[in-house]
Design a protein around this ligand. Structure first.
Ligand code: MRU
Length: 360
């Protein structure tokens, strides 16, 4: 079965550029439906509710959001100066929707600096909107290209027949096209490799069961969904030869934030001597964050644990639930960080600094 991306492209611009069309990931795998998003509050809500999710994908979405808003301000006859002010406010607001993935603020900053240079050059609001649209498309295309390169580097570390464990969803739904953590697997499938992939279901929002399994089944990859607490047993049984995960923010020393539960998988992999690979684009590296201790961890609604996926609540009404959405994997547990700029290894402070400085 070949890979098709037509209806799994998570984000695109509408033909008239007045809206961002988003594949609503909260409905998968049971329903493929799209949202047409044009207002700043809807944009914020789409990120917060995880209709659009996955660090790189949130970045691509944010780029299009700024372009759509700029187009609207131009159509309303706003001056470039006023449009710039409004876009700055909108970007600051969108940036508060989710704190952990750095790609959101990275894409917003990139768009605001384009808007600023348009203003400095005295361009009209319409020209500003045009440039922002082109930049959003560039962010999107770069993401596709980065994913492809990550997939190629990652595949070079795997062997035909490997059993691979993944956590959360770092596939085409979380990026654009191949994905990061799933990239080598999907590319490998195209090249004739046969992997067996175990997807942690990823409590509490089940991105592994709902989204990773959805992508792998569609791609014809052998896969098995497991509960998060089964990984240790599978490792002991010798079923796992490598762990591949995505990332939401990589600190300058290599500490990496990813979906809650990732650090536990890394600790298990170290114990069993299984390589633990983190895959992400260079835009996920945040040199202004020295270590994982400086990464802000998003806390989400306790109802996601208590009642969200069940007909009846699974914890009593009075029970406290704590719902951190991410954790930080210490760099000492990471075998390699696979980026579009190459495979980075310890000492990460040096390899990361080198990769970031590299001219493109
Ligand atoms: O809360 P989510 O679903 O946005 O979390 C996603 C992850 O943790 C992914 O592993 C990460 O963003 C990398 S996606 C290529």
């Amino acid at each position: 079965m070949g890979l098709t991306y037509k209806d799994t492209d998570p984000v695109r611009l509408s033909d008239d550029r007045s809206a961002v069309i988003v594949l609503d990931q909260t409905k998968l795998p049971n329903e493929v439906s799209h949202l047409s998003i044009s207002g700043v509050q809807e944009m914020y809500d789409a990120i917060k509710s995880l209709a659009v999710r996955g660090a790189p994908c949130i970045g691509v979405f944010a780029g299009y959001c700024v372009a759509v808003l700029a187009g609207r301000y131009a159509n309303e006859g706003m001056s470039a100066e006023d449009a710039f002010m409004m876009l700055g406010e909108n970007a600051s607001y969108l940036d508060t929707s989710r704190p952990t993935a750095v790609n959101l603020s990275w894409a917003l900053k990139r768009q605001i600096s384009v808007a600023e240079s348009c203003r400095e050059k005295g361009l009209s609001a319409a020209d500003m909107a045009e440039k922002l649209c082109a930049e959003a498309v560039a962010i999107h295309e770069e993401d596709i290209d980065m994913c492809r390169r990550i997939a190629e580097y990652g595949l070079s570390l795997l062997h035909d027949g490997d059993g691979i464990l993944t956590h959360c969803n770092a596939g085409a739904l979380a990026t654009t096209r191949y994905g990061t953590g799933l990239g080598p697997i999907l590319l490998g499938k195209e090249k004739g490799y046969e992997f067996h992939v175990y997807s942690d279901e990823t409590r509490p929002l089940l991105q592994g069961a709902r989204l990773t399994a959805y992508e792998l089944v569609r791609a014809g990859v052998d896969e098995t969904v497991i509960c998060d607490n089964m990984a240790s047993l599978l490792m002991k049984q010798g079923r796992i030869q490598a762990v591949l995960v995505g990332c939401d923010r990589i600190a300058a020393n290599g500490d990496t934030a990813n979906k809650i539960g990732t650090s536990g998988v890394a600790i298990l992999a170290k114990y069993y001597g299984i390589p633990f690979y983190v895959l992400g684009p260079y835009s996920t590296i945040d040199m202004s964050t020295p270590t994982g201790d400086n990464i802000k961890i998003e806390e989400r609604d306790p109802e996601e644990i208590r009642s969200m996926w069940y007909e009846h609540p699974m914890a009593p009404a009075g029970a406290e639930c704590y719902n951190p959405a991410f954790d930080v994997t210490d760099h000492s547990l990471i075998t390699a960080i696979i980026t579009d700029r190459g495979i980075l290894r310890a000492p990460y402070t040096e390899s990361i600094a080198f990769a970031v400085k590299e001219k493109r």
